[in-house]
Write a protein that binds this ligand. Structure first.
Ligand code: MN
Length: 276
C-alpha cells in the first residue's frame, strides 16, 4: 500500500535485475490493478510529502483521485484523465481518493509513473497539468475498432495533450477483438505496454493478458499488436536521458550531493507549505 489509498505493484525499477535506467526517462511505474474500495467518509490516500527532480504522472482507468500541492495547484481526475505534476525544484503534495468516489466506493485502477527530468530541467519551477479524457488527442481507425487517446507525443499526426521536457510518447489504446495496430517508435526509445484490460498478442508471437507489462527490446522500430479479446492498453515510450541517476526516497537527482541538498532544503521548509 502507498498510504492507505493505493494498492500497487511495481513493474520497475524493481525486479529481474533490470538496471534502474532501463526504462529511462521513466524511472518508476506503480500499478494499482483493479480493486473495489469499500465506501468510506474519510478519503483514503497519501498525506503531504515532498518531491524534487522529476514528474509524477497519474493515469486513472477507474475511480477518482484528488491532488493538492504547495505550488497552489489542485485538481481531480477520473476515468481517462491524467495528472501530470512537474515537481522540478520541489513541491509538497498529497494524493487522495476524491470525496464523492470515496463515499460511494467502487472499482479503482490507476498507474503512477515517475518521469525523470533532464539535468538542465531538474530545478524548473513546479507545474501542474490536469487533463480530462476529453482533452486527449483523439485518433481512431476508419472502422472505429481501434482508438488511441494521445496523452503525450504524436500518433499518426494526432498530437498529445501534455507538454513534456524530453521526447515521450504516451497513449491509451482501445482495441476491439481482432483489431490490429502498428506503432512506429525509434529503436533507441525505451518502450513498454501495460495490458489494462483484455488480452493482446504482439507480432503474432507473444501474448499479454490483463495486468501484464510487456517490455520491448531496443532492436526495431515497429510494435505490432492484435487484440485477442477487447483490450485496453497503456503505452509508454521515451528517449533515454543517458544521465547519471541518484535516487533517494521522494527525490530523483543526478548526484548524491544534490540529494543531500534536497534533504536540507526540505528540512528548511523551502518546498513551501501544505496543510494535511
Ligand atoms: Mn507523490
Amino acid at each position: 500500500m502507498v498510504g492507505d489509498g493505493f494498492r500497487v505493484h511495481n513493474f520497475f525499477p524493481s525486479g529481474y535485475n533490470i538496471p534502474q535506467d532501463r526504462m529511462s526517462p521513466f524511472f518508476l511505474m506503480d500499478y494499482n490493478s483493479k480493486i473495489d474500495f469499500s465506501p468510506r467518509e474519510n478519503p483514503r490516500g497519501v498525506g503531504v510529502h515532498p518531491h524534487r527532480g522529476f514528474e509524477t504522472v497519474t493515469i486513472a482507468f477507474h475511480g477518482k483521485v484528488a491532488h493538492h500541492d504547495s505550488a497552489g495547484n489542485s485538481g481531480v481526475i477520473s476515468e481517462g484523465g491524467v495528472q501530470w505534476m512537474t515537481a522540478g525544484s520541489g513541491v509538497l503534495h498529497k494524493e487522495y481518493h476524491e470525496q464523492e468516489y470515496s463515499r460511494n466506493g467502487g472499482p479503482f485502477q490507476m498507474v503512477q509513473l515517475w518521469v525523470n527530468l533532464p539535468a538542465k530541467f531538474k530545478m524548473t519551477p513546479p507545474k501542474y497539468q490536469g487533463l480530462n479524457a476529453d482533452q486527449m488527442g483523439k485518433w481512431q481507425s476508419e472502422d472505429g475498432n481501434a482508438k488511441v487517446d494521445v496523452i503525450a507525443g504524436n500518433f499518426k499526426g494526432t498530437a498529445g495533450a501534455a507538454s513534456t521536457f524530453s521526447p515521450i510518447e504516451m497513449y491509451v489504446i482501445r482495441l476491439k477483438a481482432g483489431a490490429s495496430l502498428e506503432f512506429d517508435l525509434p529503436a533507441d526509445f525505451n518502450t513498454g505496454i501495460l495490458t489494462v484490460e483484455g488480452s493482446v498478442s504482439y507480432h503474432d508471437e507473444f501474448n499479454a493478458n490483463t495486468d501484464e507489462f510487456a517490455l520491448f527490446l531496443n532492436d526495431g522500430e515497429t510494435v505490432h499488436v492484435t487484440a485477442v479479446e477487447d483490450a485496453t492498453l497503456f503505452l509508454i515510450s521515451g528517449a533515454p536521458l543517458n544521465e547519471p541517476i541518484a535516487a533517494h526516497g521522494p527525490f530523483l537527482m543526478n548526484t548524491y550531493e544534490e540529494i543531500h541538498q534536497a534533504i536540507l532544503d526540505f528540512g528548511q521548509g523551502k518546498f513551501g507549505t501544505l496543510e494535511d
